[in-house]
Design a protein around this ligand. Structure first.
Ligand SMILES: Nc1ncnc2c1ncn2[C@@H]1O[C@H](COP(=O)(O)OP(=O)(O)O)[C@@H](O)[C@H]1O
Ligand SMILES: [Mg+2]
Length: 170
């Protein structure tokens, strides 16, 4: 880690889809770190609304003007991926008490697996405290407005999907 310039963070998650809460964390992270890699987990067990490629593409659109923000995908152990990226830090978002137990468990297990990799938990703006990808999908499926909850490109893609009949609306 001595030879490289700057601090590198990996921000892993499902991002199905990217919400303004995620965007808020990435922005805050990009102030603290020289590089922040948004790393989308390839998880065959979940049946996502968007493919990993679609999720990467939308995230890239949102951060196209920010060279410090990179977008990638990964499979397998996060600590192995972080090592490959030469990362110093894992960034995760902390919304409420309800996130705490899970994030603490993950952070301590990742520390056990890779003792020098630190986890940094970041709080979003208050207005995103109750925002989750799951809620966005539910609200959208029921015909509610998700304006302001997701980036414009995500809203547009959700609408495209719905119109093309790819996904059922409740
Ligand atoms: N509205 C939000 N504000 C802040 N952090 C968030 C928000 N939504 C999700 N996060 C955080 O972003 C990270 C990735 O979330 P998510 O895409 O749901 O993936 P995962 O499947 O790993 O939970 C997690 O640390 C989660 O707590
Ligand atoms: Mg989650």
């Amino acid at each position: 880690m001595a030879s490289k310039a700057g601090r590198v963070a990996v921000y892993p998650g499902t991002f199905d889809p990217l919400t303004n809460g995620h965007v808020d964390i990435i922005r805050r992270g990009s102030v603290l770190f020289d590089r922040i890699v948004v790393a989308i987990l390839v998880n065959p067990e979940k049946s996502p609304l968007f493919t990993v490629e679609e999720r990467m593409e939308m995230t890239k659109v949102v951060f196209e003007d920010q060279p410090g923000v990179e977008v990638d995908m990964f499979q397998g152990l996060l600590v192995d991926y972080a090592l490959k990226q030469d990362a110093d830090v894992i960034v995760r978002g902390l919304r409420a008490i309800s996130d705490f137990e899970y994030e603490m468990e993950m952070a301590l297990m990742n520390r056990r697996l890779s003792p020098t990799l630190e986890t940094v938990l970041m709080m979003p703006a208050e207005s995103y405290t109750y925002l989750s990808s799951r809620l966005v999908k539910e609200i959208f499926a029921l015909g509610g407005s998700i304006r302001g909850l997701v980036p414009d490109v995500v809203e547009a893609r959700l609408e495209e999907n719905a119109n093309s009949g790819q996904h059922h609306r409740a």
